[in-house]
Ligand binder design. Sequence first.
Ligand code: CP
Length: 313
Amino acid sequence: MASTPSQTGPLRHFLQFRDLSRDEIHYVLDRARLIKDKFKRYQPHHTLHDRNLAMVFEKASTRTRVSFEAGMYQLGGSVIHLTTGDSQLGRAEPIEDTARVISRMVDLVMIRTFEQTRIERFAAHSRVPVINGLTNEFHPCQILADIFTYIEHAGSIEGKTVAWIGDGNNMAYTWLQAAEILGFRLHVSAPQGYQLDRKRIGQPPETVLREFADPMQACRGAHLVTTDVWTSMGYEAENEERRQAFADWCVDAEMMAVADPAALFMHCLPAHRGEEVTGDVIDGPQSVVWDEAENRLHVQKALMEFLLLGQVA
Ligand code: CP
């Protein structure tokens, strides 16, 4: 593995949740706790002074852009923001060449793109750590924030049950990796044709994954109920077909009522009230979606620090 002058250890990427071990995830989550506490007390935390992050967006974003950009500045570093439209990526420069060039100039790269293979190709030609800011297949930074949020509100997630209601999308696949690594059970209920692909996931044991045709059954006894939009970015052509298929996969008060009485509700946002979740649930007392969104900032600061400095505490 290569090493850059700005890193203390071997080159590490965060392209999927499982790129970090269980111990490393716990380290990052603990570090995020400290970083958040300091942030709330207006205490400077400039561990990445003079470091530079390039952010490459091939899809739209609000939370990912703001959290990475604000986070890097708060760590004492700086940020360059690129999109397909305002870079040579939009004019067919090979992703490998882009990686070779950008990674000679910055310390860290975050990419939001389409196929996972695209970010893997970038990482394979990068001299610096690469972070997945969402691909069609995975959204590992979001799940890191979700787990941090769960722990913050309810304690350890180990042995708990997370109910994923709706599309078997990048979030669902990332939840599955997290369940395997961190020791909780994932219940998934998705409409016919939108379930997790067995070719991708194999046969996880029932202690890790249970799939349900009925979303109410998936929610029964769950400690966390979570969902996402019916149509993820890049699938807009399927919008009408999906609206029909997903009509019964709307997280509502009835679903929350069969979950554990202390169950939390999460949504990675943006949300479509009245589609995948009712307004009374997302704006109700069990919802922690605003903490979940804020926590992207804190966990990603801890992640960037870890990828560049290793374990510092
Ligand atoms: N949840 C999430 O990734 O939000 P953005 O698409 O706004 O970045």
